[in-house]
Design a protein around this ligand. Structure first.
Ligand SMILES: [Zn+2]
Length: 221
């Protein structure tokens, strides 16, 4: 099936192979299962990494010994099973995901959510907004990860950090003065744009800040 790879964020053939590793600690064990959807290249990279971790660290402990055999087998099968997949050749989405793209997407988050609320599926909404804004579908996914995903992908966390340093410190004092509950949606958006012009920042970043840190704002309001 076609979709967006959860590791490289590119669009193409993806699968859910279910990869895992085990680290045996004699009295305890660390076990990780990865149920994500990945492209051919990422499946091979991740399954190989997990295989090597299990191969060297997985055996120590009675339960670990047996769990480890299933981990190694599963990762091996994931690796082999990916051979007949179509590799994604498009360029990295991560490299082009920067503050400019973020500013482009941020004001359209509600529009994206409205499409989903209307009953369409996530891929439809992603493609619709990506086409409209002329960004890659993977950019939309990275953006959503930035806002909702607790930044579990290092590359997204890195972008967020650079944006925080550049813009958020400038936006924060303005936003904290904004009493959200007395403003309607349209008024609120207008207020955000007002902040952007006062702080001389692209409105996209003010939207992003408002989307990422709603709790902080509620506390001060
Ligand atoms: Zn991938």
């Amino acid at each position: 099936m076609d979709g967006i790879c959860q590791s490289c964020f590119r669009l193409g053939e993806v699968r859910k192979p279910g990869m895992s590793y085990n680290i045996g600690l004699i009295a305890a064990r660390l076990y990780k299962k990865n149920d994500g959807c990945f492209c051919k290249g990422c499946i091979q990279k991740i399954s190989l990494k997990y295989f090597v971790i299990s191969l060297f660290l997985g055996w120590w402990g009675v339960i670990s010994f047996f769990v480890n055999i299933t981990c190694l087998l599963g990762d091996f099968l994931s690796f082999i099973g990916s051979f007949n997949m179509v590799p994604i050749r498009s360029e990295s989405v991560k490299k082009s995901f920067d503050s400019k793209v973020v500013a482009q997407i941020a004001p359209h988050l509600n529009e994206y959510l409205d499409i989903i609320k209307s009953g369409k599926d996530v891929n439809y909404a992603t493609n619709e907004i990506a086409e409209k804004l002329m960004v890659k579908p993977g950019h939309i996914n990275m953006y959503l990860n930035l806002v909702f995903g607790k930044n579990k992908y290092p590359v997204v966390a890195k972008v967020l950090k650079s944006i925080e340093k550049d813009y958020f410190s400038k936006i924060k004092p303005f936003l904290e003065k904004l009493p959200q509950e007395v403003l309607g949606d349209t008024q609120y958006n207008k207020a955000l744009e007002q902040i952007a012009s006062e702080a001389m920042i692209d409105p996209g970043f003010v939207y992003l800040y408002a989307q990422i840190y709603p709790q902080k704002r509620e506390k001060t309001a």
